[in-house]
Write a protein of this length. Structure first.
Length: 143
């Protein structure tokens, strides 16, 4: 898979799926896993709201991380987990600065956990698959 194709198709798809995974993680954490028929509509609305909010807050830091990883050829899950955790921490601090989600007890923990999940999902889609495509096309730098 060429680098241009990976950046134009695979990276945005991976980012969207990572946002969905992070929002699901944070929503389940907010509700304590106690989602039943009565709270399901509120949980769904909360999850969708968190997904859009996280997309707005994390787009620039995630873009920087992707550009850094692509430029330096980093495909390690450790990089994506660390980047996701740091981006989750940035999102939690931004949220706390505006008194958002004030009812959450452990907002930092939830956001960092969501960042770890998002980093792992992004790596599974763009990092791991992108690395497989790069391996088929041969090395990009002289050995």
């Amino acid at each position: 898979m060429t680098t241009l194709l990976r950046l134009l198709i695979l990276a945005p798809l991976a980012y969207i799926l990572a946002l969905i995974a992070a929002a699901t993680t944070v929503t389940i954490g907010l509700f304590g896993g106690q989602i039943d028929a009565d709270t399901a509509p509120f949980a769904l609305g909360t999850g969708i709201g968190i997904m859009f909010y996280a997309g707005l807050i994390t787009f620039v830091p995630a873009l920087i991380a992707v550009i850094l990883a692509e430029t330096l050829g980093w495909r390690s899950i450790a990089f994506y987990l660390a980047a996701g955790g740091v981006i989750g921490l940035i999102a939690s601090e931004t949220t706390l600065a505006f008194d958002g989600l004030a009812f959450a007890d452990d907002l930092r923990l939830l956001c960092v956990a969501g960042g770890f999940v998002a980093g792992a999902v992004y790596w599974l889609i763009a990092g791991k698959l992108g690395d497989a495509g790069a391996a088929r096309n041969g090395p990009t730098s002289p050995a």
